[in-house]
Write a new protein. Structure first.
Lengths: 476, 147
């Protein structure tokens, strides 16, 4: 991106002054180097979002922002329903409530070294991953509706996990306001074989080691120490969420003119919050959030079974579960006044600061855990929300590394088998049904996650707590 | 694969880059051919299209107010059929009647070991979406798909 398009307001804070139809400024949080590497499309998409009705304060981009569709990936925008604000299916994306959850294991690297291969194979064999895979949980429409209304809470009620898990999931495991009746038969049919499946692409399940602790106090509150083994699960609402996104994108595109909304890009498809389409979408999208929460809960149950079978001394407890493709109703202070806003985070993680009532009581003093997924060859990070973040971008931070290379380029540069071999030599076991998929997801195809996280830390969107490095990675 | 059926498809397809996802583009002398090739480009996101036999047929119908929305609907219909039937498609026959699309598509069930499916497509987007004729009169049908 051309730096001349931006005004620098701090080392890692860049502003786009309102022009044309922009209602608010654009703000990008990133280092100069990350900005230079960003596609010009990010600039275009940040400014387009700033034109949407009822947008409040600014259109934000996180340090991992990259060219998305409509909204940039790494985009954050909030809308006021009392000012004609909108809800956007494009601003949430196809993979509704895609997110990351992190489990402690009470094991150390030494504990698993003798059984690492066995563990990798069991996770690969028993957790459905990749195109065409099927889960073992099949729901009729009645039970599907109960799942869509109840989320992880429904899953725990069915024996997938323990009640204590719910405390450490955003929305306590159940998104309120879900309307299963707004979810089409097409969407539920697409989900019929997909409960408890990981998916493909950048989704993964990793066994990781806590390689470095940056903030001893927060790490102690989160219950992690250097050398600990943890498990990360990155996946979303599967086919059901994808179908909800598909259907409402179309209905919002075709109803935009009726709502007198001029879309600079059709992918910004949106509808007034206080409209029939807007309300229908919110009900369906919240059901999609519950589907993602239930999905990660079922996978957690499978992971626990596998660990217990191989390492009976393991106790897997949930550190936290974050979603990074959502629109949620939150209260934020605007012009000194508490205001109810619809906050869209598209490839951005909620990062509430210390003391926020939505953080579990046992973690509240330090802030919300913010889980950042990396690549299978680099690292993931645990961060913590800050006081400052609430004012910087409605309590939001980055969500991952972000691609720096297209899948096509990656495929030309790497062979899957070579990537697996190279990583095995570094002690990282990769399991996947597709060697082509491995090549497309090669670590070199992504930005440096550490640079993204350092930028978030520097701006105080969230502070670094720990660095996690992969030991085993199951890719779809 | 039924070779004659595969060969009867005219035109070509290509992918174009997008930072996070992937662009599919069908090119043909007719709009029908461009849509058929866009279908093939979609399969190529997932696997090598020549590895997919065209042994089972099914019909697809879509309707949309303009060509561009129709392309998105067509690709999304394929995504839906692939997801729910656990199939891949390698051959497409498309015809139009006003704003309606009628297609027959041929393919086979996914075999993970043989097809090595790289990634599932979540949906077709409105980004970089266009259906138009170029200066040589060729039809180009394209958009970004989310993977």
């Amino acid at each position: 991106m051309d730096l001349n398009l931006l005004k620098r307001r701090g080392r890692d804070e860049w502003h786009i002054s309102p022009r044309g139809k922009m209602l608010v400024p654009g703000v990008i949080y990133a280092t100069e180097e990350l900005i230079r590497d960003m596609d010009e499309k990010v600039y275009e998409q940040v400014t387009n979002v700033a034109t949407l009705p009822g947008i409040v304060q600014a259109s934000y981009a996180m340090p991992d922002a990259h060219w998305g569709y409509g909204f940039p990936i790494g985009g954050v925008a909030a809308f006021d329903p009392d000012q004609g604000g909108v809800v956007s299916a494009g601003g949430v994306g196809f993979d509704i409530s895609c997110g990351v959850r992190l489990l402690r294991t009470e094991l150390t690297v030494e504990d698993i070294s003798a059984v690492k291969e066995l563990l990798a194979e069991a996770l690969f064999q028993r957790i459905p991953a990749g195109v065409g895979s099927k889960g073992k949980v099949h729901l009729d429409r009645h039970e599907m509706d109960a799942m869509l209304a109840g989320g992880a809470k429904w899953a725990v009620g069915k024996g997938y996990g323990i009640h204590e898990d719910l405390e450490f999931i955003e929305e306590r495991g159940c998104m309120a306001g879900a309307k299963p009746e707004n979810v089409s038969e097409f969407a539920t049919k697409r989900q019929q074989d997909e409960m408890g499946t990981l998916g493909s692409g950048n989704h993964y399940l990793e066994v990781q080691r806590v390689a470095q602790v940056f903030d001893a106090k927060a790490a102690s509150v989160f219950g992690i120490r250097e050398g600990d083994v943890v498990v990360s699960i990155h996946c979303g609402s599967r086919g059901l969420g994808h179908q909800i996104g598909t259907e409402f994108l179309k209905s919002m595109v075709t109803s935009a003119a009726r709502h007198h909304i001029e879309l600079p890009d059709r992918e910004l498809a949106c509808a007034p919050i206080n409209s029939e389409v807007g309300q229908e979408y919110l009900g369906a999208m919240r059901a999609g959030i519950n589907c993602a929460l239930a999905n990660r809960q079922i996978i957690t149950h499978l992971v626990r079974q596998i660990f217990t079978d191989i390492l009976p001394q393991a106790t897997l407890s949930l550190l936290y579960d974050v979603s990074h493709n959502t629109c949620k109703v939150e209260e934020h202070v605007i012009d000194g006044k508490p205001t109810r806003l619809f906050v869209h985070r598209k490839g951005a993680t909620r990062a509430f600061g210390p003391g926020h009532p939505d953080i579990p009581p046992s973690l509240r003093a330090v802030g919300q855990p913010v889980l950042i997924g990396g690549t299978m060859g680099t690292a993931s990070y645990v961060l913590v929300g800050t006081e400052e973040s609430m004012a910087l971008a409605f309590g939001s931070a980055c969500h991952g590394a972000g691609r720096s290379m297209s899948r096509h380029q990656a495929l030309r540069q790497w062979h899957g088998r070579d990537v697996v071999k190279e990583l095995a030599a570094r002690g990282i076991l990769i399991r996947s049904p597709s060697m082509r998929g491995i090549a497309e997801e090669a670590p070199g195809a992504y930005k440096d996650v550490s640079e993204v996280v350092d930028a978030a830390d520097d701006v105080k969107l969230a502070k670094k707590v720990a660095r996690l490095e992969p030991l085993v990675c199951v890719k779809g | 694969m039924t070779q004659s059926r595969f060969e009867s498809m005219q035109g070509s397809w290509e992918h174009f880059p997008h930072e996070a996802d992937i662009g599919v583009r069908g090119i043909g002398l007719t709009k029908e051919a461009a849509f058929e090739q866009a279908g093939l480009a979609l399969t190529a996101v997932i696997t090598e299209p020549t590895s997919v036999a065209s042994t089972q047929a099914l019909s697809i119908t879509c309707e949309a107010p303009d060509d561009e929305l129709l392309l998105v609907d067509w690709l999304n219909a394929l995504v839906y059929e692939m997801a729910t039937r656990k199939m891949l498609f390698s051959c497409f026959a498309v015809r139009f009647n006003n704003h309606s699309l009628y297609a027959t598509v041929w393919g086979e069930p996914i075999e993970v070991a043989r097809h090595q499916p790289a990634v599932e497509v979540k949906g077709a987007t409105y980004t970089e979406l266009s259906v138009k004729q170029d200066e040589q009169g060729r039809w180009i049908a394209q958009c970004i798909v989310d993977v």
